[in-house]
Ligand binder design. Structure first.
Ligand SMILES: [Zn+2]
Length: 409
């Protein structure tokens, strides 16, 4: 036995003796599940002729358009996709959040300390944690939320997010995990690609740059498929490909400068496609009156009166007043200080019911029925499929398996 393997066996033996609490799975392990997110991949991008590999997965499996949860933003929906809970319950209520229990801190993608702080993610248990607890090793090649431990439990393998890691390296690292000795090999892997989202924001969804980004990510999926085949895993792995939301072309005439409406002295303001307001003491009536006066390009509600279909407004992190931009619009906070979104670009975050926000869904593998086209469904249901394919006892989600049952063999 090579020394490397001997070493591995010793570590595994030590590991087993050290985690008596981890239940040993009696039955045979389920097929490997790989969950891939292509950020900002709108459902209809699949029809552009740029995605031979995704097309093959879709034709040989199940596919359909998927409604994101409100707000149709990256962090909330990625956490929904791995918890089955809508953002209002999983606690990631926006890409940018504040919480009275963490005064002075703003959670946002660029605040790495916050992104890695379990405080923000603790409301819901991600599927990789359930997998680890129930005897399936998990590995995350990036996923929002995977950098924070959940009640002390992390995936067996995870990395801090590294946006500039080339796709080829992401794929080769995933394949490297599959080359580990059986006892160390993950049974659940996530992957994440951001290029399509970036191209959509910068150049708009109909741009050649989006076409190029789609083709680039599809090529990475092709490398992954080739690597699985080389390992004799062709047709033996369940693969789910999702995106978190779609993308809509900007309509600059719908951009709103919030500074023209309210002063930052009278209310805390988080801008975006969905803007949040917490009026400062003494200014509640004034700010509420201004924002609830109907005006073009946006709609506002007190958090208690947000339309029921958004399933939003109960979490303490949801600001007291929420305004939603019309599709293509943007609510620019005074703190942005002169910055405006690119007129030629695109955004998401809008009403999840509009077709532009619709996300891709593809499932393929030994447990998936080929040639199935699903009616549009809510992304809270994907968690039920993940836990079914991994044969895990699920947490209580907001969705169910009903919409995806036709996809199962
Ligand atoms: Zn996104």
């Amino acid at each position: 036995m090579p020394i490397k393997h001997l070493f591995a066996v010793v570590i595994v033996a030590l590991g087993l003796s050290g985690c008596a609490a981890m239940p040993k799975r009696e039955a045979a392990q389920p097929p490997l599940l790989i969950l891939v997110s292509i950020d900002g991949f709108r459902a209809d991008y699949l029809e552009r002729g740029e995605t031979p590999n995704l097309r093959t997965l879709a034709d040989g499996g199940a596919t359909g358009g998927m409604r994101p949860s409100f707000p149709s933003l990256t962090f909330p929906n990625h956490f929904t996709l791995v918890t089955g809970q809508r953002p209002d319950r999983n606690g990631i209520v926006n890409n940018t959040m504040r919480d009275d229990r963490k005064p002075g801190v703003t959670f946002k993608m660029s605040n790495l300390d916050a992104v890695r702080d379990a405080f923000w993610w603790d409301d819901a248990k991600p599927v990789w944690t359930s997998a680890e607890e129930q005897g399936v090793k998990a590995a995350t090649m990036f996923w929002p939320g995977s950098e924070a431990a959940h009640k002390g439990v992390r995936p067996s393998y995870w990395l801090p997010y590294q946006e500039d890691m080339p796709h080829a390296e992401r794929v080769s690292r995933v394949l490297g995990w599959l080359d580990l000795p059986e006892a160390e090999r993950p049974g659940f892997i996530t992957m994440y690609f951001s290029d399509v989202d970036h191209a959509g924001h910068d150049h708009g969804p109909e741009s050649p740059e989006v076409d190029a980004a789609i083709a680039k990510v599809d090529a990475a999926i092709g490398e992954l498929r080739a690597g699985l085949k080389a390992r004799g895993l062709d047709g033996k792995v369940n693969i789910i490909v999702v995106s978190d939301h779609g993308m809509a072309k900007h309509k600059p005439e719908k951009f709103v400068r919030l500074a023209d409406l309210v002063s930052a002295d009278s209310t805390d303001i988080l801008g975006g496609q969905v803007a949040g307001f917490n009026p400062r003491p003494g200014h509640e009536a004034e700010v509420t009156r201004i924002l609830l006066t109907p005006r073009p390009n946006m709609q506002c509600w007190p958090k208690e009166k947000i339309p029921a279909r958004f399933h939003y407004g109960k979490h303490r992190r949801v600001p007291k007043i929420i305004c939603l931009a019309d599709v293509g619009g943007y609510l620019v906070a005074p703190s942005n200080d002169g910055w405006m979104p690119k007129p030629e670009g695109g955004s998401h975050g809008y009403d999840p019911a509009v077709p532009e926000m619709r996300a891709i869904f593809i499932a393929n593998g030994p447990d998936i029925r080929p040639g199935v086209t699903l009616p549009v469904f809510d992304n809270v249901d994907v968690y039920s499929l993940e836990t079914r394919l991994l044969r895990l006892k699920p947490e209580r989600g907001d969705g169910s398996l009903a919409s995806l049952k036709p996809a199962l063999k």
